[in-house]
Design a binder for this molecule. Structure first.
Ligand code: UDP
Ligand code: MG
Length: 318
């Protein structure tokens, strides 16, 4: 039986929100009239998420459960779901109900009516996000644009619908640290967007602490731009010129017998040069790190369990 719509839902410790999600997602999908599957990707949850998923699966045949062996992160969890989903269209949706599932019907309709491959969910109202999240997002998009990332949809997160062709193109990318919201627009498929109101998290806590936000930002930039490497070069040039000026100054002062204790200038010079060097080494490290993980060629996630395989009564490891 062919499936018209797959909905990939990454979840990491989402036991609190899961009952609310099922309560809203199921009628929303039943209402589309399309045949569908929900691919719940349990991203190595440590709470009751896997237990609850197994329970829901018994009464909701369209629910398919993938379990990753360890926490692989939001983007990798979505990638796993995309690799396993079988639908003609595949949507991705966060588990926390910040993105209303009712919009899925509209996305599917737009994709079919307009014949587009990608339908982005665009947050037309972000008042539910914290001021810090909104401010940092705006500054970040401005930075990305100035670095030449022009294809990205502003205010589009990971709520989107993709055609099978798009999903195949995404799955074929070997890139590891891919940030899908930038990778998908860059593929250049015909697209449309649907506006929606972003709501507050229905239950549980955000799984995106500051450190993860920083990681996503660094992956976003290093994923398409080598401009930071050039920044390192410019820092080097600037530092070099400053060093030559300082050298001339020191020699002149020496010749005029004006050598003073000079502790402050020494410390400032050493500290600032040290800081610039550390920054540049750090930037280099980010790119070397990307190459390292790419060369290892390991998958960015391990699927430990697929309920669909179990349904077919084939061998699986749990
Ligand atoms: N998530 C995940 N793996 C992780 C972190 C998050 O699968 O390592 C999921 C999470 O369960 C949720 C989605 O990614 O469904 C978005 O995370 P969250 O809502 O915590 O992020 P925020 O909306 O606060 O940016
Ligand atoms: Mg959220």
């Amino acid at each position: 039986m062919s499936v018209e719509l797959s909905v990939v839902v990454p979840m990491y410790d989402e036991a609190e929100v899961l009952p609310l999600l099922v309560e809203r997602l199921r009628p929303a999908l039943d209402g589309t009239g399309a045949s569908y599957e929900v691919v719940a990707v349990d991203d190595g949850s440590k709470d009751a998420t896997p237990v609850l998923l197994q329970r829901y699966r018994k009464e909701w045949p369209q629910l398919r459960v993938l379990r990753l062996r360890a926490n692989a992160g939001h983007q990798a969890a979505i990638s796993a779901g995309l690799a396993y989903a079988v639908g003609d269209y595949v949507a991705t949706l966060d588990a926390d109900l910040q993105d209303p599932p009712e919009v899925l019907a509209q996305m599917l309709e737009v994709a079919r009516r307009d014949g587009v491959d990608v339908v982005y969910g665009v947050r037309s109202d972000r008042s539910s996000d914290s001021a810090f999240k909104r401010g940092s997002a705006r500054a970040f998009y401005r930075l990305l644009r100035s670095l030449g990332q022009t294809s990205a949809q502003v205010d589009a997160g990971d709520y989107r619908l993709m055609s099978r062709a798009t999903v195949q193109a995404v799955n074929a990318l070997p890139e590891h640290h891919r940030v899908l919201r930038f990778v998908v627009p860059a593929l250049g498929f015909p697209s449309a967007s649907v506006g929606y109101r972003r709501e507050v998290r229905a239950a549980g806590r955000s799984k995106y602490p500051l450190a993860r936000m920083v990681k996503l930002s660094v992956d976003s930039i290093t994923g398409f731009s080598t401009a930071p490497l050039r920044l390192a070069t410019w820092c080097g040039i600037g530092g070099g010129i400053a060093a030559i000026l300082l050298l001339v100054y020191a020699l002149v002062a020496q010749l005029r017998n004006q050598t003073v204790a000079g502790w402050t200038s020494t410390v400032v010079a050493v500290a600032s040069v040290g800081a610039i060097q550390l920054l540049c080494v750090g930037i280099l490290g980010e790119y070397v790190g990307r190459m390292y993980t790419m060369m290892q060629g390991r998958p960015s996630y391990f699927v430990a369990y697929d309920s669909a395989a179990e349904d077919k009564d084939t061998d699986t490891t749990v």
